[in-house]
Design a protein around this ligand. Structure first.
Ligand code: NAD
Length: 696
C-alpha cells in the first residue's frame, strides 16, 4: 500500500501523507513525497505544492517499525527529502494538523510556508531518546522560531500547541476547526502564486539573539542542573550555538556529528531500549492484538487497606465506578476516608479541583456485602497475604460473580494457580500485582496463570492502559519477576553487612550509582516486617538457601522501619529522613564476632556489582524459565517499579553494556569466594556468552 497520495487540484499538487496511524516517515513515505515533488515540478500546469497529513497527524516523526534498520537511513533519507522540498522551485506549503513531531516537524521546516490548526501538537522529542533533532531541526529551528523558543522545544521535548508560536514567523496562517484544512491550504497556495511571494527558505534565514554568548552560558548552566546524567540536552545548546555562529551547512554538519556521537552513548541506548521495551511489554506472543476483550465498566475491590485504597483510586481517576468491600464497617470507613484524604491533599496542592474530587468520590461505593459485586466486570482482591484468607475470598467470589467477570488477585508472593483452583472458573482468574503506593507507581505485573484465558489477558492489558499503568506479563513463580529478583538483591546486601559494610554504606553506593533508594532505606520504607514474614515462609520451604540473619534480629526487636521510628535507620516523628543508627553498627559488630567473621573494607564498586549482578543472574533464570517473555520486560519492571536508573536502561541492558562475558566472570569469582551456588552464572548467560550474544 502506498504511503502517500498525489492529486491535482487546479494548479496545485496535493501530496497527502498516508501512513497510519501517525504518518511515520518510512522509506516508502519518503520515496512517495520525492516522487510527488518530481511529478509536480515536471508538470508545467502545477504552480504550487501542498503537503498534508491526516486530522490525527501531520506526522509523528520517524517510523518506529523501521527503527535501527537500514531502511531508516536509506536514501532518500529525511535530510535529503527536506532539502528537495526546500530547493523546489515551486512553493511548497505544509498544512499541519494533529501530531507534528520530531522528523515530522523538521519536514515542515523544509517547506516554504506553513498553515496549522491552532491545537496541532508540535514537538522535537528527540531528547527523550537521548538524541538531538537530526534532520536540520537544530539549525532551522532557531532560525525560524527564535533561539530561546527553539532551545526550549528541543531541551524539554514536550509537545506544545501550534498556537504558542503566534509571535514567531513559523506559522503563516492558523486554520480554525470550522474550516477545511486542505481548502485553506489550496486558497493560501493560490494567493502565494498570484502574489508571486518569494519562497522563504528557512536555511537562508539568520538566527539572531542579542548578546547570545551570555544567553548560551546561562542556558548551559540551567540545563546542566536538570539534565542529570543525560548528555543530549547540553548538546542541544552546542547545536544552537552553531546555528548562531556558523554558516548553515557547517551547522548541519555539526548537528550530524553530535547526533551520531549521542547515538553511541550508553544513555541513548538506555532511553531507546526503554522506549521499545514499553511498547514490546504490551504484546504477548500468543495473544494476537485483535483478541476480543471483555467490557470493564465497573470494578469491585476487596480490602480497603494500603493496596485496596490505592488500587481503587486508579479506577476512580479513569472514571470507572468502584465498589470497595471490607469485613468491618470501621475498616471500610477508614479506607474510604483515606481515599478522600488523598484527593484532598491533591486538591491542596492545586492538582485536583473540588468538582473532580466530588466526581471521583461519587464513583466510589463502600460495602460489607458480596451481593454488591453481582454486576462487577472486574473484581480485584487485596486482602491479607495468607492463602487461607485468599481461599475464602475466591470461593465466595465464585459463588456471586457474574459469568465472565474477571477475578484478580493482588498477591505479591502466593501461587496464582492455586488461587485460581479455589474457583470453578480458573480461566477467569489472573494476578494484578500493583506496587505501593498503588495510585502512584506506574508498574503493574500481570500474572498469567496456567489456565488464564487469552481474552482475560488481553482485557487486563487494555484496562492497564486505561488506568495509565505500564503492564508487564509475568508467569507464576514465587515473587513473580520483580520481587523474585529483589529477594536476591536483598540477600546479597545482607551478606555485604556480614562481611564488613554498614547499611548506610551499601545504600550510599547504590544510590550514587543511580538507584532511587538503597535496599535498606527501601526496607524501612516498605516495612521490614513484610520481608521478615516472607523469609519465615520461604526459608522453611528452601532451607538450602543461605541468608544473613541480621535482618531477622532487627525485626525481633520490633525495628520495622519508618512505621516504628526505627529500622535499619532512625526516624524522627513525622520525618522520612533516614538517620544512620550507631546502635545498629554496634549490633553488627557483635553479630560478625558471633559468626567469627573478620570484617574487611568493601569498595563501593564491589557493592554495586554484587547487588546489581544478583538482579542480572536471577533475571536470566526468570527469562530462561519463560516467566518473562523477554529481557526488556524485566528491565521495564525494574525501571517502573523498583527505582532502577533510567540512564542505565534496566539490569539486563546494563549487563549487556558491561559485556556479558565480563559479568559472567565476576559471577564466577563471587561463586568461588562465597561458595554460594547462586552465583553460578545462569545457563542462559553461559549460553549467550558462548554464542557471543547479549541478553536484550
Ligand atoms: P493491608 O493490611 O493494608 O490491607 C488488607 C485489608 O484487607 C485490611 O483492611 C483488612 O481489613 C482487609 N481484609 C482482610 N481480610 C478480608 C476479607 N476476607 N474480606 C474483606 N477484607 C478483608 O494489606 P495491603 O498491604 O493492602 O496488602 C494487601 C494485599 O496486597 C496482600 O496480598 C499483599 O501481599 C499485596 N501487596 C501489598 C503491597 C504492599 O506494599 N503493601 C504491594 C503489592 C501487593
Amino acid at each position: 500500500m502506498s504511503s502517500t497520495r498525489y492529486e491535482v487540484r487546479g494548479a496545485v499538487a496535493v501530496i497527502t501523507l498516508a501512513n497510519p496511524p501517525v504518518n511515520g516517515i518510512s522509506y516508502a513515505l519518503r520515496c512517495g513525497v520525492v516522487a510527488g515533488v518530481d511529478q509536480a515540478s515536471a508538470d508545467p500546469a502545477i504552480k504550487a505544492i501542498v503537503l498534508i497529513g491526516s486530522d490525527r497527524a501531520f506526522s509523528g516523526g520517524a517510523d518506529i517499525g523501521e527503527f535501527g534498520s537500514p531502511k531508516a537511513y536509506a536514501e532518500p533519507n529525511l535530510p535529503t527529502l527536506i532539502r528537495i522540498l526546500e530547493t523546489s522551485a515551486k512553493p511548497v506549503i505544509a498544512a499541519i494538523s494533529g501530531v507534528c513531531m520530531g522528523g515530522g516537524f523538521e519536514l515542515t521546516l523544509g517547506c516554504h510556508f506553513r498553515l496549522a490548526r491552532p491545537d496541532a501538537k508540535i514537538a522535537l522529542p528527540e531528547v527523550k531518546l537521548g538524541l538531538i533533532p537530526g534532520a536540520g531541526g537544530t539549525q532551522r529551528g532557531p532560525r525560524i522560531l527564535g533561539v530561546e523558543t527553539a532551545l526550549n522545544l528541543m531541551v524539554k521535548g514536550d509537545p506544545v500547541p501550534a498556537s504558542s508560536f503566534k509571535d514567531s514567523p513559523l506559522i503563516d496562517e492558523y486554520v480554525a476547526a470550522e474550516t477545511d484544512l486542505l481548502d485553506a491550504a489550496l486558497a493560501f497556495a493560490e494567493r502565494v502564486v498570484a502574489e508571486k511571494r518569494p519562497l522563504r527558505r528557512v536555511s537562508e534565514m539568520k538566527a539572531d539573539y542579542p548578546d547570545h554568548e551570555a544567553f548560551l552560558q546561562f542556558a548551559r548552566n540551567m540545563i546542566k542542573g536538570v539534565a542529570g546524567p543525560f548528555p543530549a540536552p547540553l548538546k542541544c545548546v552546542d547545536a544552537v550555538t552553531a546555528a548562531l555562529t556558523l554558516p548553515f551547512e557547517q551547522g548541519i554538519k555539526l548537528e550530524r556529528d553530535l547526533f551520531v556521537g549521542l547515538m553511541g552513548t550508553p544513555e541513548c541506548r538506555a532511553l531507546r531500549h526503554a522506549f521499545s521495551a514499553e511498547r514490546a511489554a504490551s504484546k504477548m506472543p500468543d495473544v494476537p492484538a485483535d483478541t476480543p476483550t471483555r467490557t470493564i465498566a465497573s470494578v469491585g475491590v476487596i480490602g480497603a487497606g494500603t493496596m485496596g485504597g490505592g488500587i481503587s483510586m486508579n479506577f476512580l481517576n479513569a472514571g470507572i465506578p468502584v465498589t470497595m468491600l471490607e469485613m468491618q464497617q470501621e475498616a471500610l470507613d477508614r479506607g474510604m476516608a483515606t481515599i478522600r484524604k488523598n484527593y484532598e491533599n491533591s486538591m491542596k496542592k492545586g492538582k485536583l479541583s473540588q468538582e473532580k474530587l466530588d466526581q471521583r468520590m461519587g464513583l466510589l461505593k463502600g460495602t460489607l456485602s458480596y451481593d454488591d459485586f453481582k454486576d462487577a466486570d472486574l473484581i480485584i482482591e487485596a486482602v491479607f497475604e495468607e492463602i487461607g484468607v485468599k481461599e475464602a475470598v475466591f470461593k465466595q467470589l465464585d459463588k456471586i460473580a457474574k459469568p465472565g467477570a474477571i477475578l484478580a488477585s493482588n498477591t505479591s508472593t502466593l501461587d496464582v494457580n492455586a488461587i485460581a483452583e479455589f474457583t470453578q472458573r480458573p480461566q477467569d482468574v489472573v494476578g494484578m500485582h500493583f506496587f505501593s503506593p498503588a495510585n502512584v507507581m506506574r508498574l503493574l505485573e500481570v500474572v498469567r496463570g496456567a489456565k488464564t484465558a487469552k481474552d482475560v489477558m488481553a482485557t487486563v492489558m487494555q484496562v492497564a492502559k486505561k488506568i495509565r499503568k505500564t503492564a508487564v506479563v509475568s508467569g507464576v513463580c514465587d515473587g513473580f519477576i520483580g520481587n523474585r529478583m529483589i529477594e536476591h538483591y536483598g540477600r546479597v546486601a545482607g551478606f555485604l553487612l556480614e562481611e564488613g559494610a554498614t547499611p548506610a554504606q551499601v545504600d550510599r553506593a547504590l544510590e550514587k550509582w543511580g538507584m532511587a533508594m538503597g535496599p535498606f532505606r527501601m526496607g524501612d520504607l516498605a516495612g521490614n516486617d513484610i520481608g521478615w514474614a516472607i523469609r519465615k515462609r520461604r526459608y522453611v520451604e528452601k532451607p538450602h538457601i543461605r541468608y544473613a540473619r541480621f535482618a531477622d534480629r532487627l525485626c525481633e526487636q520490633g525495628r520495622f522501619g519508618q512505621k516504628t521510628g526505627k529500622g535499619w535507620y532512625l526516624y524522627q516523628p513525622g520525618n522520612r529522613k533516614a538517620i544512620p543508627d550507631p546502635e545498629v553498627d554496634v549490633q553488627l559488630v557483635a553479630y560478625r564476632k558471633e559468626l567469627g567473621i573478620t570484617p574487611r573494607k568493601i569498595s563501593d564498586s564491589e557493592i554495586v556489582q554484587r547487588c546489581v549482578y544478583a538482579l542480572v543472574n536471577e533475571g536470566a533464570r526468570i527469562l530462561e524459565e519463560g516467566i518473562a517473555a523477554r529481557a526488556s520486560d524485566i528491565d521495564m519492571i525494574y525501571l517502573t517499579g523498583y527505582g532502577f536508573p533510567l540512564f542505565r536502561g534496566g539490569p539486563m541492558l546494563f549487563a549487556d553494556e558491561v559485556g556479558l562475558y565480563n559479568v559472567a566472570r565476576s559471577m564466577q569469582a563471587f561463586a568461588a569466594s562465597s561458595g554460594d551456588s547462586f552465583w553460578e552464572p545462569a545457563p542462559l548467560i553461559a549460553q549467550r556468552v558462548a554464542e557471543g550474544k547479549s541478553l536484550t
